[in-house]
Design a protein. Structure first.
Ligand code: SF4
Ligand code: SF4
Length: 174
């Protein structure tokens, strides 16, 4: 290598270094767009359209809209839903099917939304609570109907759903 090409190499290296530093300084002064999770939990905005966890809204009387018809279970392409029904006697002596357990497996759901769309009672919805990680796979099976809940007798307004308190995580299968 000649002396002149050696010097030229030094200048090429310095020019390249200056170019890199120019980009570094420019990015150093621009507003940060990365978010630090979970520190940003309080300000984190997840789209309402995000399908995360299937839930069954209950009202203040602990009543839901599920008639245990099983349509969601039949339509689920992934065998993710298990509707367990029971029968009860009505006042006029007839037998009536009621919901015992509505089980949904977070671990096998593809979030296709077919169950929600085809439910004739609008009894289930997806929330956008994405923090569903657990250490035990068995805990991915959620019981959607709350303990002691029952079918809402009168068809009224849909239950107002808030992001907090819509799930009964304590009811998850152990
Ligand atoms: S979203 Fe799709 S895969 Fe998941 S439970 Fe509903 S129908 Fe089944
Ligand atoms: S959630 Fe809807 S489709 Fe599924 S069993 Fe209940 S009423 Fe029927």
């Amino acid at each position: 290598m000649s002396f002149s090409s050696y010097i030229q190499g030094i200048f090429t290296g310095l020019r390249s270094l200056a170019g890199g530093m120019r980009i570094t300084w420019r990015e150093f002064r621009t507003a940060k767009v990365t978010m630090e999770y979970p520190e940003n939990r309080k300000t984190l905005a997840i789209s309402d359209r995000w399908r995360s966890e299937l839930i069954m809204p209950h009202d203040e009387q602990n009543e839901h809209a599920c008639t245990a018809c099983g349509i969601c279970m039949i339509n689920c392409p992934n065998d993710t839903i298990n509707v367990i029904s029971a029968t009860t006697d009505t006042i006029d002596g007839k037998k009536k099917k009621i919901l015992d357990k509505h089980l949904w497996d977070y671990g096998s759901c593809t979030f296709c939304n077919l169950c929600v769309i085809t439910c004739p009672s609008d009894a289930i919805i997806f929330n956008n609570d994405f923090e569903g990680a657990v250490y035990d796979r068995k805990k991915l099976v959620h019981q959607l109907n709350h303990e002691g809940s029952k079918l809402r007798e009168k068809k009224g307004e849909p239950v107002k759903v808030t992001r907090e308190g819509t799930t009964d995580k304590a009811n998850r299968q152990e």
